[in-house]
Design a protein around this ligand. Structure first.
Ligand SMILES: [Zn+2]
Length: 456
């Protein structure tokens, strides 16, 4: 009997409305998978960002359990720069660890937070954040020379200088990167014939951040991805369960909320050395003994208390922390936007939304305008407005959205039960137990609402 096989084809930031809302025949390969299988929105992690979302999918753990709250994390209760997460931070078994333990072969390609590549039964090419030309991005190391050969050029772990490269050059890089990644995917698949195949292609994320205001370019790249997925799926054994997934979606960015400026205005953050021109908040600017709260920006906002007994110059007595956080949360949710109407901020407490809170989580997680706005760490010399038209780390037309994509279908001509029907309520966290069940691994039992339930 054939062993069960699964192929997870991750397309970072692929937006459900641009896939499921596209005209019939415009994305023929994805639409064929939808017709043979099940499809729908996939609820992402809070926050919906590449790191940690893909690793949550690969482990079934939430960001708090992993202790990874973003690309950058507080490694200690100091005021210095945040530390960048790496594969070495992940202690939970990942799908390929479970497959290896069961004697199955896995191929992992481009999965975020897998650098440095670690031994497994099969092969691993690490993901974005792999330093260019770095050793340690490929397991087994003897595989490295094949990548460029399969790719027909330099294999690109990620696009170079995506915030600053000239636009035309960036678009060319995106298409080249996608073509080469899928060429390597086909090469690895042919060499290993793995029971578990998992890849992530980053170009849709880079594309949408750079070209969201040019829907024609976005649609053209979606068509390219559709044809590359079709080519890969055609090379898989027909009984393979294919999952096309994204870690989050994309939406129009309305503007920036300078969160630290707002904290200054509210009296929570006090600067003793304000910058001469707009700059990200830096520890040496801050009058720490008079500062109760500060924040970091990005696709979402992270709010930290300056807690006595924890931070070096903590100013909030621990017995006052709860009341302060409750008041701050209410003020953030009540914030009015530049037009005087409610901005629609959403505030989360990590301890309320995660099963554990390892490491140093932010005290509050903020979705400015429900993710319509970017949180900026920038501070100005004085009391300048807290709202800006754009992003502070380079031009950007899109922010991340909470819902990603899932399409589940057999690679060949078979059909899933209730083929073609839209799924409701799928969650990114369901993928790990569902794939464990599909591959007959003992690690986890899928719940009744999981992807697994759709396959029955
Ligand atoms: Zn992403």
């Amino acid at each position: 009997m054939n062993r069960p096989r699964a192929a997870v084809i991750g397309l970072d930031c692929l937006e459900p409305s641009l896939v499921f809302g596209s005209p019939a025949g415009s994305l023929p390969h994805l639409q064929a998978l939808m017709a043979r299988g099940r499809w729908g929105s996939l609820a992402s992690t809070i926050p919906p960002i590449t790191v940690p979302a893909w690793m949550c999918m690969a482990t079934g753990q939430d960001p708090g359990q992993l202790g990874i709250y973003g690309f950058r994390n507080r490694a200690e209760a100091a005021y210095g720069p945040l530390a960048t997460a790496s594969a070495e931070w992940v202690h939970a078994p990942r799908l390929w660890d479970a497959a290896t333990a069961a004697g199955l072969t896995s191929v992992v390609l481009g999965w975020p937070l897998t650098y440095p590549a670690a031994p497994l039964k099969g092969a691993m090419v690490s993901g974005p954040l792999t330093p260019p030309g770095a050793e340690g991005g490929v397991w087994p190391p003897s595989l490295a020379p094949r990548l460029n050969r399969w790719a027909g050029g330099e294999y690109l772990f990620d696009v170079k200088d995506f915030r600053t490269a000239p636009r035309r050059e960036l678009y060319a890089q995106l298409t080249t990167m996608a073509r080469r990644r899928f060429a390597v995917a086909r090469g690895l698949y042919g060499l290993y014939r793995p029971e578990l195949f998992m890849m992530v292609e980053m170009s849709p994320d880079r594309l949408q951040h750079a070209f969201w205001e040019q829907p024609g370019l976005v649609a053209a790249h979606y068509r390219l991805l559709d044809s590359l997925v079709g080519e890969l799926v055609a090379a898989l054994p027909p009984e393979t369960l294919v999952l096309v997934v994204s870690d989050h979606g994309a939406r129009t960015l309305e503007g920036g909320l300078a969160l630290n400026q707002w904290l200054r205005r509210q009296g929570y953050l006090v600067l003793k050395n304000p910058p001469e021109r707009p700059a990200p908040l830096a520890p040496e600017m801050v009058d720490w003994p008079r500062t109760r709260v500060w924040a970091d920006g990005g696709y979402y906002g992270r709010v930290y208390l300056n807690l006595a007994g924890r931070e070096p110059q903590g100013a909030v007595p621990p017995d006052q922390a709860e009341a302060l956080l409750a008041r701050l949360g209410q003020e953030l949710e009540a914030m009015a936007g530049p037009d005087g109407q409610s901005l629609g901020n959403r505030v989360f407490r990590p301890r309320d939304i995660y099963r554990a809170t390892r490491g140093l989580p932010p005290e509050l997680i903020l979705y400015p305008g429900g993710l319509g706005w970017r949180a900026l760490a920038t501070v100005w010399p004085g009391d300048e407005p807290v709202f800006t038209p754009g992003n502070d780390s380079g031009p950007d037309g899109a922010n991340h959205a909470q819902e990603g994509v899932v399409i589940a279908a057999p690679a060949g001509e078979g059909r899933l039960p209730r083929a073609g029907q839209e799924l409701e309520g799928a969650r990114l966290y369901d993928l790990f137990p569902s794939l464990c069940a599909w591959l007959e691994l003992p690690q986890a039992t899928p719940g009744p609402g999981s992807v697994w339930a759709w396959l029955q």
